[in-house]
Design a protein around this ligand. Structure first.
Ligand code: ATP
Ligand code: MG
Length: 409
């Protein structure tokens, strides 16, 4: 597969002009190494995976660094976190030389620990998630967005099986002390079966025979390593009794389908999980658009105790509230706008919000339709184009136009 340009490029280049170092984190196999090598082709590449190289770094870190010329890209840096201390000294010698030290690695927790301790203020930390639909229209609900799966969707069963194995064995174990790998695997399967639901920790901990603190720790690790999305409730107070727990989703829809045993498009169409899977897919696109623009992740769900539900609320790039309802259907009906209309009424004029029903791609349908006064419908391709284009970043806009021609009519 030809290199597909990443939407975060603009943010990373900007960071390279204001920070001496850049740390690229993100889930395993999201494309970190490929992206950094492509974006900084003149940087010297040092892979810290080989035990010989690691031994050299440990025995003589100064000598090792003396032999390098900057800019330099260190890969799998979590293997030699002590390197950060020596690099910090070098950065402080010439603090105004920007973008000279590039790092990547996958074990987020220990990597981040090392970075925050040694590189405070000197490094920009960015996260690269799997592809967004704005980057390539090969991303799909069934296959998800990992570059290798997008390139060979038919091999995804095998790919996800080994991904889970490698991921469990290499990353999670090094981050937390999982004594019972079997229980951890059952935990992931159980989480998938709760995809799109309000999280009930006791309900997951009990069948696994683990304590709630342990469960929370496992969830936290999956969240920081980008494998799980926890979407907290919208907390704006307007006199309603709200549900306080987050909703939980497997981060990548392809991985979610795999864990749910959905092996084909036909099975997906029949699956009771189709709705929640589509919802999670839209959530991941919203988060990707925020991260790729260097913004904070800000995504909420709404559910009150009277049963009023709106899938997601988030600030658009101008800070204005945007609420969306996700419908896996390809046909939109005015009734789909009801819950948003009623939430808007209870919010009153204090919080004017855009309201959109996001539905599955429907080639041939007009790009935007008004469903009810002030409520529009967009197919997911057009929705993602708007997410990418609504910021200040021309690059993301251009990317969208180039890679999703059928969406624009
Ligand atoms: N932007 C891209 N365009 C096309 N193919 C890509 C792109 N990014 C990654 N790939 C493909 O996906 C594979 C995995 O990417 P890469 O090794 O960069 O991921 P990584 O995040 O560094 O993985 P790890 O966490 O294992 O270090 C690469 O071998 C490459 O073939
Ligand atoms: Mg890599």
């Amino acid at each position: 597969m030809r290199f597909i340009e990443r939407a975060i490029r603009g943010e990373v280049l900007r960071a390279a002009r204001s920070f001496a170092a850049i740390v690229m984190t993100g889930p395993r196999r999201s494309g970190k190494t490929a992206f950094l090598r492509h974006t900084f082709p003149t940087a010297q590449y040092v892979l810290l995976e080989d035990p010989d190289v690691q031994a050299r770094v440990r025995s003589d870190p100064r000598g090792f660094l003396d032999e390098l010329r900057t800019p330099v890209l260190f890969d799998e840096v979590q293997n030699v976190p002590e390197l950060f201390d020596y690099i910090r000294t070098r950065i402080d010698r010439v603090p105004r030389r920007m973008g000279q030290w590039l790092f990547t690695g996958s074990q987020e927790a220990p990597l981040m620990q090392g970075v925050s301790e040694s590189m405070a203020g000197r490094a920009a930390i960015l996260q690269l998630l799997p592809f967004s639909l704005a980057e390539t229209d090969r991303v799909s609900l069934l296959a998800g967005a990992y570059p290798e799966v997008v390139a060979r969707p038919r091999g995804r069963g095998l790919w996800f099986a080994s991904y889970i194995q490698t991921y469990l064995e290499r990353d999670v174990r090094s981050v937390i002390n999982v004594r019972d790998l079997g229980a951890f695997r059952r935990f992931i399967a159980l989480l998938a079966s709760r995809h799109g639901q309000v999280l009930n920790r006791a309900d997951i901990a009990a069948p696994l025979g683990v304590s709630i603190p342990t469960l929370s720790e496992w969830l936290h690790v999956l969240e920081i390593t980008g494998q799980v999305m926890l979407v907290p409730p919208y907390f704006e107070n307007f006199g309603k009794r709200l549900i306080k727990s987050p909703k939980v989703y497997i981060g990548d829809s392809g991985l979610a389908c795999y864990l749910l045993g959905i092996a084909s498009q036909a099975e997906l169409e029949r699956s009771p999980f189709l709705g929640p899977l589509f919802e999670g897919y839209v959530a991941s696109e919203i988060l990707k658009s925020q991260i790729n623009k260097g913004r904070r992740k800000e995504l909420y769900h709404f559910r009150d105790q009277q049963g009023l539900e709106v899938d997601f609320l988030f600030p658009d790039s101008h800070g204005k509230l945007w609420m969306v309802e996700c419908k896996a259907s390809r046909t939109v009906l005015p009734s789909m706008a009801k819950s948003m209309a009623s939430l808007r009424r209870s919010m009153g004029d204090r919080t004017p919000a855009r309201a959109t029903v996001v539905h599955r791609r429907s080639p041939g349908a007009p790009p935007t339709r008004v469903l009810a006064p002030g409520i529009d419908a967009l197919d997911v391709g057009d929705f993602v184009s708007e997410l990418a284009g609504s910021g200040t970043q021309g690059a993301a806009k251009r990317l969208t136009r180039k890679s999703s021609p059928p969406a624009r009519r």
